[in-house]
Design a protein. Structure first.
Length: 201
């Protein structure tokens, strides 16, 4: 069985999240693109990784190469350059003990937005930031190399997390290090180093 309930927040967490969401919407013109060309001028293909997608009946979701081949195929057919995976999508791909909490049902709700990109694709800081964490979460189906950035906008502190990176993204990175807006700071990893996933961030 899989747990398809959304993430639960306390009242304080919800209020802060709502305030950050509003600030991001009001100041979206202040952000730089996360991706460089040619991605900046391309709209992503919105990927469906739920059981409602009949195409996935023919894809072994536990094999990164098969999933990546499928993603490349649908992206090309759509005339796009990359794919977007949505927040709160109920994905039964999760089969690692990492998604099991005690005796509770395994989590299957996706807690991020994904960009499915070619390995080695560079990422650029969308907003001035300070590194709060740069580490390799190298368990099977974990985040792999991960960088967490702290930002401040309109007096509000918020964080952005970039997982499944290339291992050398962690070189010369340490907590407290300042990353300027627009700086190239990480690269997308492949399944040999990113936690055993098809390439994405």
């Amino acid at each position: 069985m899989f747990q398809d309930k959304p993430l639960h927040l306390t009242n304080d967490q919800r209020q802060h999240a709502d305030a950050v969401t509003l600030a991001l919407a009001r100041h979206q013109d202040q952000f730089a693109p996360l991706l460089g060309e040619p991605y900046r001028s391309s709209q992503p293909y919105v990927l469906n990784l739920t059981q409602q997608n009949p195409d996935l009946a023919h894809v072994d979701m536990q094999q990164p190469d098969q999933l990546w081949q499928y993603i490349q195929q649908v992206v090309q057919q759509a005339g796009a350059r990359y794919a977007l995976g949505n927040w709160a999508e109920n994905r039964t791909i999760y089969h690692s003990p990492l998604f099991q909490q005690g005796h509770q049902e395994a989590r299957s709700v996706h807690l991020a937005n994904d960009l499915w990109l070619e390995p080695g694709t560079p990422l650029y800081a969308p907003y001035p930031a300070t590194i709060v964490s740069a580490q390799n979460n190298d368990q099977f189906l974990d985040y792999g190399p991960t960088i967490i950035l702290q930002h401040e906008l309109a007096g509000l502190i918020f964080y952005s997390l970039y997982g499944h990176l290339r291992t050398d993204s962690l070189q010369h990175k340490q907590p407290g290090q300042v990353i300027a807006q627009g700086d190239e700071f990480a690269w997308v990893g492949d399944d040999t180093e990113n936690g055993h996933w098809a390439p994405h961030v």
